[in-house]
Design a protein around this ligand. Sequence first.
Ligand SMILES: C[S@@+](CC[C@H](N)C(=O)[O-])C[C@H]1O[C@@H](n2cnc3c(N)ncnc32)[C@H](O)[C@@H]1O
Ligand code: SF4
Length: 426
Amino acid sequence: MAREPSSVPLVAIAADAISRPRFTALPPLALYVHIPWCMKKCPYCDFNSHTAPAEIPEDAYVDALVADLEVALPSVWGRKVGTVFIGGGTPSLFSASAIDRLLSAVRARIPLVPDAEVTLEANPGTFEREKFAGYFAAGVNRLSLGIQSFDDGFLRALGRVHDGDEARRAAEAALMIFGNVNLDLMFALPRQTVADARRDVASALQFAPPHLSFYQLTLEPNTQFHRYPPPLPDDELAADIEEVVLQQLGAAGYAHYETSAHAKPSRECRHNVNYWRFGDYLGIGAGAHSKLSFPDRIIRQMRWKQPRQYADGVARGEPLQEDFEIANRDLPFEFMLNALRLTEGVPTSLYGERTGTPLSNASRMIALATEKGLLSPDPAVLKPTALGRRFLNDLQQIFLADAPRTGVIAHAAPQRVVLQPPAPSR
Ligand SMILES: C[S@@+](CC[C@H](N)C(=O)[O-])C[C@H]1O[C@@H](n2cnc3c(N)ncnc32)[C@H](O)[C@@H]1O
Ligand code: SF4
């Protein structure tokens, strides 16, 4: 079929061709696998998670994940995966044999680096020692446990399905079986005082896990807490609580290497660090996001969000709900949205390596952020100052393009979503 003559002026085509990304080496690649079910939806949570049906279709879902991966393989041909993250939702609702089948299918289709980090997210309410041991035997070598708090009262206020004792038992077993463990906790909980928070941090530190994530509880749109807000600490108290949390974790030898992440030396989460350094990731499973680079472009994709739509889409060979190329003018913001979460920032040279575009595209914004005291004046690094970390949103916003945005900004990390897609995908 003959193509219609284009009405785009030649100059515009030439300008676009000049400004396309150019990669000599592609960024490191990670694999994210989304499991979209939980025992019960928590009232504060806006992740793509759904209360599980009485019978979880785990076999059918693993089949769909494998079919999804097969359709995606041509987009990552010849590349090795450095980290795998099985997140959710609550992946620990799945049996060890389902996770074993999933990881075997992944390994048979895509090469993993020899020491690949393989993380699975677990909820203490689904804890069974044999199951954890089964995940380890299947190749999971890092467990991320959603503790939130060790205090029964706060766990109740958060609508959690587990109590403090179950959290402690799960943490103990996880450390025994995996060694490499993250505990997720939240602070600024309903009616929490500084003393309450101090006790929770002390409880977490008793386990001396290699990694701790401390998130400030936020009221997310479309959650029950947003509709019926609980009595949260005011900004001043929340800041006091955060200061105590940071001080205790620092004193215990944890480096605060990212907005919400704290690690013992060399125990940072490699998978998340890849997101923050603007690495590539292939996300499979309901609602999973991908960011993939090619020699002359960077694309973002999102899979169908609802588990049913996703299963149908995969069956038709069409797992994608969204698929688009990131516009060049969006790259400064996309890169900085991630990189400036890191306390130490990134080497300046990483900008060109990971966006395939010259740093000069962002130099006006860098100068402005530096002038405002939000970005370090050291030209060798792109690093937030202490003020920049405190006002991270303001710092990141400086990098927004002036022109109207065309695409979706997303993240696939299990951290907070910062900007939402314009499409009705949530
Ligand atoms: C996707 S959840 C995975 C963990 C697992 N599903 C669980 O909750 O046990 C990742 C983490 O995000 C954090 N989180 C979820 N909603 C949040 C909110 N509204 N504010 C702050 N942190 C939140 C929680 O600490 C949670 O453990
Ligand atoms: S916080 Fe975790 S367990 Fe609760 S609904 Fe969200 S993903 Fe599920």
